[in-house]
Write a protein that binds this ligand. Structure first.
Ligand code: B3K
Length: 895
């Protein structure tokens, strides 16, 4: 397989101006007719035109209406090369035959449950027709679709419907036109038996936009929340960024077979059904929140699709796929902000940072570590795969967030406005975004760009000291960027540190100035002191000395998690308890609690490994008790604050990850907390139960979150009263959030009740594939001994199907993420996954490469586990006909 490098980027030799596509959709094969107007980048040049193509049968090729002779072109398994095209502009017409019914990779044009649909990002368009399949080729498209009318009554593509009509032989057609230029990865087509929920959004300039969400008829009733989310996102982007949708129609289609969450095709978003369909009875609060976030995410790509800002159109895309974070990082940041504004900001931040710690940190410290903008790849799809997407998406969003932290809301908006103004209609790079932020604000961003080029999560150490006589408080920062594959030398990063200093009563001290680099810098605003500020740490070591600090403070560092780093501050246990109780930054209150919990867990893990008895620090119990019983706090915040750090997070902090010890310790602490806080937890369940109709809003979700975590704690006690309580909650639940939480609480404990309730749940929901997937993943993830056998049996369950990604992610992915059974010391878990990867790779390489990524951190474990996992990776790499997707991850993991 060939590795592709960022440094080798070259401008295309040819541009495409217009692309007219014709699809004749059939049951055996589909004919694709593509007519492209081509112009050379450099007038007069006639270098070969190289088109990408994969799994295509070429039927004919013409230039300016004349068929090409065999000697005029070459075709191999990946390319079609036109050896000497005419100089000057010309028309290229290509007819290909493709087989969507056989396309199980779900990339390109394929059939999902009887309907045709497409997925073109990143490189799926080349499976539809020969094309320069790269994002810097932006063209205007039309798309004519022809198909059997009774089988495919609905025919959709991007843009506006120009024409539709009947054809002979029971067929019909539709002609769509997208008036604006776009890269081919945003092309989409859908044909099938679908019905739509229709609505209208009136834009701020008073235009009516038709909104349609398409699903099979029986699911239509479950699209109300998706429609609410879409309208909310449209309104939010107008209010916050001044961005208005630029077409008159916006379609969303839900399909059950989809590799990832959704795809932002221009005006025809295609979604995994999981992220569209919701009703209180079938979807949990987490599902509702995910739908809001992902509908928001796909809509908020309108920067790439096209949007109107101050009456000007804006359309900016990535120059090449290395710049993926330019759109994904920015859009994740924007969807995080959207969800924060619609729900609770601190709670959303906590959830996002937990995700970083559990997924981004380990990946950034593993063999696949790569910068936010990677330097090379074998298979682009792998940047969206499993957990690796975190480095482009989530860490990329943190980079965007740092601009905002440094510039403030208005400065950030100025930067965005300049970015659109400068780059409408262009395919650009991360430097262009950086330059727009800098120039719009006349800002000095020092070495900020290294966030795009250096991999690894920096560790920042902070030492503080107070001088009572001088009334100064010093903070000494030192940073270390870890070495990562291919990057033996690291430069210091530009790290924004948002902070406040707490006085002994827990209030923020006024801040007026600090000494830094031999200069006194004022930080008051209009002569008034501030209570929180942002320091710019840019060197390996540097000191900031705050003046006029009247008492020894407790610093609250990296408020709101102002940079994606690992912090090692010299805060004592007492300081952390103090911050947990008082910090005005809610995120940092949570953070202090997590730090205490992490330290506690690591200490107990060491005790466990040395066979010492486990004892829970009473101060920790007391700290959590005061949070649990503080009625002034947001309930979802309480739920997050009493949740222990994940096992992955703790293992990531250990020299040799020990899944058994970490699991035993986490279970011990949960059980111990449940025993000591039993009365409070029971009260929490009682006071937060409600039989009112389900509502998706923050107070209600927060109430359910708190009640359900209390229930889970209690059920870990395995006593009769808690078991009865959980069973009662299960039986009386009126929505899926409560029902599934009760089921999960019960399913912690092996035994008859567990088996009966699991069977009951399946029989209730067997007709709803999304709910059945929850049932699969709950069992896959279970820590009951020898669970690999149950999971193997479930592969044969009638509801399971290896060709459906959601089912694979639920059962096989669920197992690969399970805390103990995947890492079973007898190797049974690794063996199971190894076998599945090889099988899946033949069906769908993208899904298989997600699964194989669970092995990537094998070196973190003890020798026995290392050998077992390595053997599976070696077996996978040597498998016949392995895809590039799996090869890249497996071979880099072994390197
Ligand atoms: N941009 C798409 C993901 C495409 C994945 C390609 N294998 C949607 C998203 O980021 O949500």
């Amino acid at each position: 397989p060939k590795e592709i490098f960022l440094k080798d980027y070259k401008l295309p030799d040819y541009y495409f101006e217009t692309v007219d596509l014709g699809f004749a959709l059939g049951e055996e094969k589909t004919l694709v007719n593509s007519k492209i107007t081509v112009s050379p980048r450099v007038e007069g040049s006639s270098s070969p035109l190289v088109l990408d193509g994969h799994d295509l049968k070429l039927l004919s090729i013409k230039i300016n209406g004349n068929g090409l002779k065999d000697a005029d072109f070459q075709v191999d398994s990946r390319h079609l090369t036109i050896l000497s095209p005419p100089s000057g502009a010309f028309t290229l017409e290509i007819i290909t035959e493709i087989y969507p019914q056989k396309n199980t990779s779900l990339d390109g044009l394929y059939k999902s449950t009887g309907n045709f649909c497409t997925q073109c990002e990143a490189e799926g368009f080349r499976k539809i027709t020969f094309f320069q399949d790269r994002p810097d080729i932006m063209a205007k498209y039309t798309c004519r679709i022809e198909a059997d009318k009774s089988l495919y009554p609905v025919l959709l593509s991007n843009g506006n419907l120009l024409e539709q009509g009947e054809l002979d032989g029971g067929k019909h057609y539709a002609l769509w036109e997208d008036p604006f230029k776009k890269p081919c990865y945003l092309f989409a087509l859908v044909a099938g038996q679908l019905e739509s929920r229709d609505d209208t959004f009136v834009t701020r300039s008073g235009r009516n936009v038709q909104l349609r969400i398409w699903t099979p008829a029986e699911d239509l009733s479950k699209t109300a929340h998706a429609m609410y989310s879409l309208k909310a996102a449209m309104k939010w982007d107008e209010d916050v960024f001044g961005l208005e949708y630029d077409l008159d129609l916006f379609n969303i289609v839900a399909v059950p077979d989809f590799n990832m969450g959704a795809m932002e095709n221009k005006s025809l978003n295609i979604f995994n059904s999981k992220l569209v369909l919701a009703s209180p009875e079938t979807a949990t609060d987490a599902d509702y929140a995910a739908i809001l976030g992902v509908i928001g995410h796909e809509y908020l790509f309108i920067l790439e699709h096209g949007t109107i800002l101050n009456k000007n159109t804006c359309r900016v895309t990535c120059r090449d796929w290395f710049q993926l974070s330019l759109k994904e990082g920015l859009t994740v940041f924007r969807d995080q902000e959207f969800s924060s504004d619609l729900g609770s900001r601190p709670v959303k931040r906590i959830a996002d940072v937990s995700k970083l710690r559990n997924y981004q940190f380990p990946q950034d410290a593993g063999p696949m570590a790569h910068p936010v903008r990677p330097h090379s790849y074998i298979k682009m799809d792998n940047f969206y795969t499993g957990q690796f997407f975190c480095l482009v998406y989530e860490k990329g969003a943190e980079v965007v967030r740092m601009y905002k932290t440094l510039l403030g809301t208005q400065g950030f908006r100025k930067g965005m406005d300049l970015y659109f103004k400068r780059h409408d209609g262009q395919a650009v790079t991360c430097e262009d975004f950086f330059a727009a932020m800098r120039d719009a604000n006349g800002a000095d961003f020092a070495n900020f760009l290294s966030w795009y080029s250096q991999a690894g999560t920096p560790t920042v150490k902070v030492a503080s000291s107070y001088n009572a006589e001088a009334k100064t408080f010093s903070l000494k920062f030192s940073q270390e960027v870890p070495l990562t594959p291919g990057q033996p030398i690291k430069e210091p990063m530009f790290i924004p540190v948002a902070l406040g200093l707490l006085d002994s009563s827990g209030k923020d001290l006024p801040l007026t100035s600090f000494f830094h680099d031999g200069m006194l810098q004022s930080i008051s605003s209009n002569g008034e002191p501030v209570y929180s500020t942002v320091l710019r740490v840019t060197k390996k070591e540097e000191e900031f000395i705050f003046s006029d600090i009247t008492e020894k403070p407790v610093p609250s560092l990296f408020r709101g998690y102002s940079a994606p780093i690992r912090l090692e501050a010299d805060l004592s246990e007492a300081d952390l308890f103090f911050l947990l109780a008082h910090d005005s930054d809610e995120f940092n209150r949570w953070e202090a609690g997590q730090l205490l919990a992490r330290n506690l867990m690591l200490t107990l893990v060491a005790d466990f490994q040395q066979n010492k008895p486990l004892v829970l620090n009473p101060k920790f119990v007391q700290g959590l008790k005061s949070i649990l019983t503080d009625s002034s706090l947001d309930k979802e915040f309480i739920a997050k604050a009493i949740t222990l750090p994940g096992e992955g997070e703790i293992m990531d902090m250990m020299k040799i990850a020990d899944p058994d010890a970490v699991h035993a310790v986490r279970s011990f602490i949960r059980k111990q907390l449940a025993a000591e806080l039993r009365a409070e937890l029971l009260n929490t369940v009682k006071n937060n139960s409600s039989s009112e109709a389900y509502e998706f809003n923050h107070p209600n979700m927060a109430r359910r979150a708190l009640k359900n975590i209390a229930l889970a704690y209690l059920a870990s006690l395995q006593d009769e009263e808690s078991a009865a309580l959980a069973l009662n909650e299960y039986k009386s639940a009126t929505n899926m959030t409560d029902q599934f939480a009760a089921l999960a609480a019960i399913a912690q404990n092996p035994g008859k009740t567990r088996d009966e309730v699991l069977a009951d749940f399946y029989s209730k929901w067997q007709d709803n594939f999304l709910v059945v997937n929850k049932w699969f993943s709950l069992q896959a993830w279970a820590d009951i001994p020898g669970n690999v056998e149950n999971v193997r049996n479930l592969l044969n369950h009638p509801a399971f199907d290896l060709r459906n990604p959601n089912k694979v992610y639920a059962l096989i992915g669920g197992f690969a993420g399970s805390p103990v059974n995947f890492h079973a010391k007898d190797g049974s878990g690794y063996k199971f996954l190894g076998e599945m990867v090889v099988q899946l790779d033949k069906i769908n390489p993208q899904v298989a490469s997600r699964m194989v990524s669970a092995f990537s951190r094998w070196r973190r474990y003890d020798e026995t586990r290392q050998n077992l996992a390595k053997a599976q990776l070696e077996m996978i790499v040597s498998a016949n006909g392995l895809s590039e997707n799996v090869f890249e991850i497996a071979s880099k993991s072994l390197a």
